[in-house]
Ligand binder design. Structure first.
Ligand code: AMP
Ligand code: MG
Length: 326
């Protein structure tokens, strides 16, 4: 194990809390994906997150809190809708976008008039926030646009030249990012589908709306290409899958749902049929395919669209858009 990976003992949490208070970065497990955490009130630390990730300055960060009261100073109006949603889904994988208060740094909001807040459920993330006694920004711990990290070792491989510590919380329980819900418009709008399903949101706020992928262009940080392996990746429908593989001359990495017989030139990454299990393996599966040294990744499109499959399909579609400047 690398020396940068720390077991989440009280002593190491204390060490990491002191490190973030002093302006350092810490890799942290959350129930969604690993985050790269810094003190939300320290502009220099927040700036170092953008540079470590090569994240565009137009892509705002989520403020992570251990309890609701810690979020309130960041937002202009903690109203009834926020209260209801926080009561229903916090701690958990729901990010709320709200009008910001004047005290939030422009670096955190990328200059927007809104701020995103969430309370993660992972015990290690919560202990760190509590110990530091500060809200932390924690974007996903990967190079901008690349596959998210769901394991401490993935974080190290995304940042081989950095020396920040990573708290080891094991594999992420959900494996897919939080749902981002914008409460600043006339109707609540899902900006990013995620681990909290639209149905669950509508049980609390019945008028929640969700745009189709590709029509979210004005939401910050929802670039069409995202979560993408370095290897070119294509999506193929289940019915055409075998036929499409037969057309290929070269060996490819195949991400299939369930088992599949393949020629020996191909590499198989087998994904589970259950959406919770699929989400949990999604990024590790994309990484495995990426590391198999084939020139192409061919992904079987999950033929389902309800519940968590919406978020899974969103990530797969974004992983497959070719880079703007290949
Ligand atoms: P990440 O933590 O890397 O998964 O990315 C955080 C995402 O949250 C951003 O890419 C945006 O999509 C979303 N987000 C954060 N802050 C805001 C905001 N003020 N308005 C809208 N979306 C936001
Ligand atoms: Mg991300």
């Amino acid at each position: 194990m690398t020396k940068r990976i720390l077991q989440p003992t009280d002593e190491n949490i204390e060490r990491c809390a002191r490190h973030v208070i002093a302006g350092g970065l810490v890799g942290i497990p959350t129930e969604t994906v690993y985050g790269l955490a810094a003190n939300a009130a320290d502009d220099a630390a927040v700036a170092s997150i953008y540079s470590a990730k090569s994240r565009p300055s137009s892509n705002p960060l989520i403020v992570h809190v251990a309890k609701t009261e810690q979020a309130e100073p960041f937002v202009a109006d903690w109203n009834d809708d926020c209260r209801l949603l926080a009561e229903a889904f916090w701690p958990g994988p729901l990010t709320l976008v709200l009008d910001r208060s004047p005290q939030v740094s422009d670096l955190v909001t990328a200059g927007h008039k809104t701020v995103a807040v969430r309370s993660p459920a992972h015990d290690v993330a919560r202990r760190l926030i509590e110990r530091a006694d500060r809200a932390l920004v924690a974007p996903s711990a990967n190079q901008s646009g690349q596959v998210s990290a769901t394991d401490a070792r993935h974080v190290i491989s995304e940042f081989p030249l950095e020396d920040f510590p990573v708290l080891d919380g094991g594999a992420c329980a959900l494996g897919i990012e939080s749902t981002v819900l914008d409460l600043t418009g006339e109707t609540p709008l899902v900006l990013r589908p995620g681990a909290v399903t639209v149905r669950a949101l509508r049980n609390v706020l019945p008028d929640v709306e969700v745009p189709v992928i590709g029509e979210q262009t004005n939401a910050p940080g929802t670039a069409l290409r995202h979560y993408a392996p370095r290897t070119p990746t294509v999506l193929v429908e289940s019915q055409r899958f075998d036929e499409r593989l037969d057309e290929l001359d070269e060996g490819v990495a195949v991400i299939s749902i369930g088992p599949r017989r393949l020629g020996s030139q191909h590499v198989l990454v087998e994904m589970p049929k259950d959406p919770d299990d699929y989400a949990r393996c999604l990024y590790a599966g994309l990484r495995e395919a990426d590391e198999s040294d084939r020139g192409l990744i061919v992904v079987e499109i999950p033929p389902w669209s309800g519940g968590l499959w919406r978020a899974i399909n969103d990530r797969l579609q974004r992983a497959c858009v070719p880079p703007l400047n290949p």
